[in-house]
Design a protein around this ligand. Structure first.
Ligand code: ATP
Ligand code: MG
Length: 499
């Protein structure tokens, strides 16, 4: 018996040794032929592939973006001042990739997956930064909402998990704030959040990270950052890396939210690279493939089918406009790719409407089907009411004689605008929004000053929560507003008004 076993083992080892094949690892070497502004031409580097990572003798890294007959064009990812003409370049045989997995949570990474705190990531898996979008057959329609916590957005421009909703507006209109507050609002919602900063000031990014830390949002968040000081190539890679990190979680059945802040700077970084690579410039000097630049990124946002694990990846790209011009090249491109937009207006922001959402120009093309029943029941006519108010308000400005019905409409519109006002880091839960809107529809706040509305509406909510906790719980658990809850709310509102 023992003999048999020894024989078996030795024959097994023999077979392994016989079958063992020594495979030499071959690297290909070329040399730097031409160099300038972070772009290099490398000669004699055959069999390179698009997007391949190059290692320079001086320690710099580059990425291949141009394939020509006898040379390749590459962009330097960093340390561009060290590279010299004539130095050796190694083709690594693999495309640029990032570490993925739970180890990334709570960390701040650069686009090639290095941390800023000097502590290495212990990643067991890597994903290439450029990956094909999920196939048509692997997707399902969006059916779960992603609550931003902003009453104006969740009631009128609802966002579903797996949707791509653009946040667009001039500078300093609260674009980043909406993204960050939405991330903070995902606490306890089982959503993994990624904030991708592209071409921003390092101090701004540091501020965002501090806000996330202070609000305990870093436990379920990842920050991918390429600041304005980083090379255009790094800025170009940042959103793709963030997306690859998000895809890992999506493929493992999780819900992911990515905020790309912002894609205008991403397009500018790509334009810089393309012009330096001598690609022909097109409209506004952007290269011809600038549409594909963003479409292939945003197509990777998806709502996967149950067979594929049912994970989702929601994208909130941000675009900065100049002087409110949403018909410029990049804004129109991204508007046409996404499933809707939240348009923020400078004028509204400065007149005190915050978040400064222009409801007329904002839409959500798929979110309505994902909206919670309770929210659907209380938000039906808000959009029309607000649109009517805005239209009437223009006439009222001319000092025209106004009849009583119009006056009532104007007052209600102003009231609604005041109800929609929310400060920073002041997001509401579903029951809070539903109860406030229900009370508003039932005219519970009639006679309340606009400036008092915020306080009063919270007071009402606290009143209901304290005296009728079952109604609040019912909304939070069933996501619906059934008849008995409606009756309870009606009673509660009556009591509160009589106080
Ligand atoms: P930038 O163009 O510089 O990126 P932005 O559009 O991202 O700006 P934010 O940085 O989000 O805008 O906000 C600009 C300023 O407005 C910040 O000081 C922020 O605190 C303030 N702000 C944003 N939203 C609100 C809000 N709902 N209530 C009060 N203040 C707000
Ligand atoms: Mg910003």
């Amino acid at each position: 018996m023992n003999n048999n076993l020894t024989e078996n083992i030795s024959s097994y080892l023999k077979r392994i040794i016989d079958e063992y094949e020594v495979k030499p690892i071959s690297y290909r070497y070329g040399s730097v032929e031409k160099l300038g502004d972070g772009v290099v031409r490398v000669a004699n580097l055959p069999d390179c592939c698009y997007g391949e990572l190059l290692e320079f003798e001086s320690g710099a890294y580059g990425m291949v973006l141009d394939l020509e007959e006898n040379r390749v064009g590459a962009v330097l990812l960093e340390k561009s001042n060290l590279v010299r003409v004539g130095e050796t370049v190694k083709g690594t045989g693999r495309v640029v990739r990032v570490p993925v997995g739970d180890c990334c949570l709570g960390r701040v990474l650069d686009p090639i997956g290095r941390t800023f705190d000097g502590e290495e990531l212990k990643a067991s898996e890597y994903y290439p930064v450029e990956r094909p979008a999920p196939k048509l057959i692997d997707r399902r329609p969006v059916d779960t909402p992603l609550q931003t916590g902003f009453i104006s957005i969740d009631s009128m421009i609802p966002i579903g998990r797996g949707q791509r909703e653009l946040i667009i507006g001039d500078r300093q209109t609260g674009k980043t704030s909406i993204g960050i507050d939405t991330i903070i609002n995902q606490k306890g919602q089982n959503v993994i959040c990624i904030y991708c900063a592209i071409g921003q000031k390092a101090s701004t990014v540091a501020g965002v990270i501090k806000t996330l830390r202070d609000n305990d949002a870093m436990d379920y968040s990842i920050v991918v950052s390429a600041t304005a000081a980083d090379s255009p190539a790094m800025q170009y890679l940042a959103p793709y890396s963030a997306c690859a990190i998000g895809e890992y979680f999506m493929e493992h059945g999780k819900d992911v939210l990515i905020v790309y802040d912002d894609l205008s700077k991403h397009a500018i970084a790509y334009r810089t690279m393309s012009l330096l690579l001598h690609r022909p410039p097109g409209r506004e000097a952007y290269p011809g493939d600038v549409f594909y630049l963003h479409s292939r990124l945003l197509e990777r946002a998806a709502c996967l089918s149950k067979e594929k694990g049912g994970g989702t990846l929601t994208a909130l790209p941000i675009i900065e406009t100049m002087g409110g011009n949403i018909s410029a090249y990049i804004p129109t491109n991204v508007i046409s790719i996404t499933d809707g937009q939240i348009y923020l207006e400078s004028e509204l922001f400065h007149s005190g409407v915050r978040p400064a959402v222009n409801t007329g120009l904002s839409v959500s093309r798929v979110g309505r089907s994902a909206q919670r029943e309770a929210m659907k029941k209380v938000s039906g006519s808000l959009r029309i009411e607000l649109a009517q108010y805005r239209e009437m308000a223009v006439f009222a400005r001319f000092g025209a004689d106004i009849d009583d019905t119009t006056k009532a409409l104007l007052e209600r519109g102003e009231h609604l605008t005041a109800l929609f006002n929310q400060g920073r880091l002041d997001t509401y839960s579903l029951s809070e929004m539903v109860i406030m809107l229900y009370a508003f529809n039932k005219k519970a706040f009639a006679g309340v000053e606009n400036s008092q509305l915020d306080e009063k509406s919270h007071e009402l909510y606290e009143f209901v929560k304290k005296n009728y906790p079952a109604a609040v719980k019912n909304i939070e658990t069933t996501y619906d507003l059934d008849d008995s809850t409606k009756e309870t709310l009606k009673k509660a509102i009556k009591e509160w008004v009589a106080l």
